[in-house]
Design a binder for this molecule. Structure first.
Ligand code: PHE
Length: 471
């Protein structure tokens, strides 16, 4: 391994990379809409409670495992198995496959964001270079133009691969050290702009006004399900991203503080995104929405309505979304890369494929999946649809829907019931740090987090297959 692949150069760099993995498309198009439609401030309370009892617990667990074993997901689970005379190899495979499936559509969405960033930049110079039709028509025309959508997706894969080729500190850390502060700066600019628009108050009311009915009776189940699904995905849990970054974390850094910091900034970014998006949507009398429709149609409508400054704010908004997307995708490619190196090297990085070979092979697989997803155009180009899902949702079902919540559930159980308190305490207090909440931690990782994740897994299945269990 060359020098620059062995870890982050600074603790700040680690934090920026981990926060960068957490802050992604989920924060920008998932959280704001869910918060607005599932009880406003009441949703936020559920979300925060879940962060404390489940999100923080699993975040800490992944960082702990990765740092203790100094390996990626495959090597880590191999070691944890060996230490306890068990075989947890399936967890390594699960992590790698989750990363590949998630990347299988994440880069297509990333390609869309690239396209919109450049189109808004183009509008600043010449109307015909930009989004030159009504936003909904422009979006449908673009995503169903297979050639274009595929090219932008490939570009996103290539950018991700190039950063990873730059190395952990040279590529990932450097990108995130600049990208994350810039992302927060742009968020602040967008919030100020949105707040100053006449009529924005209705947007703030949409996001924050507490609807306590969301916590009453059966609605509580729906609210918790939605908050939980959002929470674990947003924190990049259950597929080894934090194990991998944890393996690059210095032994002298505090695991508890790191976990709290990552959870805090991810949540802050999600709430800030809500404040940047919905006040502007309401100020222009548009309908609130979630998902790609919010990002590419509703928000583009917002910028089209802003007059001369529209393209500038459009460019800034899609730049911010690009940073969020790239800083997540590099963490996913890192998981796939390291896992592949370990799989080809009996759990040891140094015996397996070189970093370069592993990056190229995983990027090639990811590229093929994205060509399919991009060519499918969200199901709008007449391609055969697996199980009745569009290809994007199909890959999303396997990763976010099934494998990631299952992975997080099993990991919490492993730490709670197999690795045990002494090991957790030993790793977390290496430098004499205090861990006053160790008993609380163990109780949560044994019981609360697994129950929470089982519930979230059920919620994911329910929402993907529209079973109506939670409504
Ligand atoms: N947390 C990212 C988001 O919110 C998604 C992600 C999941 C990234 C898992 C890496 C690992 O979009």
């Amino acid at each position: 391994m060359s020098e620059n692949n062995s870890g982050f150069n600074s603790y700040f760099g680690f934090l920026m990379a981990a926060i960068g993995s957490a802050i992604g498309f989920g924060n920008i198009w998932g959280f704001p809409y869910k918060m607005g439609t599932h009880g406003g401030f009441a949703f936020l309370i559920c979300y925060l409670v879940l962060c404390v009892f489940v999100g923080f617990i699993i975040m800490f667990g992944e960082l702990f495992l990765g740092r203790r074993e100094q390996k990626g997901p495959v090597g880590t689970y191999m070691m944890v198995g060996k230490r306890n005379n068990k075989n947890f190899m399936f967890m390594g495979w699960l992590a790698m496959l989750s990363a590949v499936f998630l990347m299988g559509f994440y880069c297509t969405l990333g390609g869309y964001v690239f396209k919109y960033m450049i189109a808004n930049l183009g509008s600043m110079f010449h109307a015909s270079w930009g989004v030159n039709a009504d936003a909904a028509t422009y979006f449908t025309t673009f995503v169903t133009d297979q050639g274009q959508a595929v090219i932008w997706a490939i570009l996103f894969v290539v950018v991700t691969a190039l950063i990873c080729i730059g190395g952990v500190s040279g590529g990932i850390e450097n990108f995130c050290k600049i990208g994350m502060p810039l992302l927060f700066l742009i968020l602040i600019i967008m919030i100020v702009k949105a707040a100053l628009l006449p009529g924005s108050a209705a947007g703030f009311a949409f996001i924050f006004k507490p609807q306590w009915s969301a916590l009453a009776g059966k609605s509580l189940i729906t609210t918790l399900g939605s908050a939980g699904g959002q929470m674990f995905f947003s924190l990049s849990l259950g597929m080894g991203a934090m194990i991998t970054y944890g393996s690059y974390l210095g032994k002298n850094n505090n695991l508890q503080k790191s976990s709290i910091t990552i959870v805090f900034f991810d949540t802050l970014a999600a709430v800030m995104a809500a404040c940047a998006v919905f006040p502007a949507v309401f100020a222009f009398g548009l309908e609130p929405a979630g998902g790609p429709g919010l990002l590419f149609v509703t928000m583009q409508n917002v910028f089209d309505s802003m007059g001369a400054v529209g393209p500038l704010f459009g460019f800034l908004f899609y730049l911010l979304t690009t940073i969020a997307g790239v800083s997540s995708s590099i963490s996913l490619l890192e998981v796939a890369t390291v896992s592949l190196q370990e799989l080809t090297g009996k759990g040891e990085l140094k015996d397996g494929w070189s970093r370069m070979k592993a990056i190229l092979v995983s990027s090639a697989i990811i590229l093929v999946l994205n060509v399919i997803v991009a060519a499918d155009g969200l199901g709008g180009t007449g391609m055969p649809q697996p199980l009745g899902f569009c290809w994007l949702d199909f890959f999303d079902l396997f990763s976010e829907g099934l494998m990631m919540p299952f992975g997080a559930l099993v990991m919490a159980l492993i730490i709670g019931w197999i690795t045990g308190k002494d090991a957790v305490l030993a790793e977390a207090t290496l430098e004499g740090e205090k861990f006053p909440a160790i008993n609380f931690y163990m109780f949560c990782t044994k019981i609360i987090a697994p129950i929470g994740m089982a519930f979230i897994l059920l919620g994911q299945i329910d929402s993907f297959f529209s079973l109506g269990l939670f409504s």
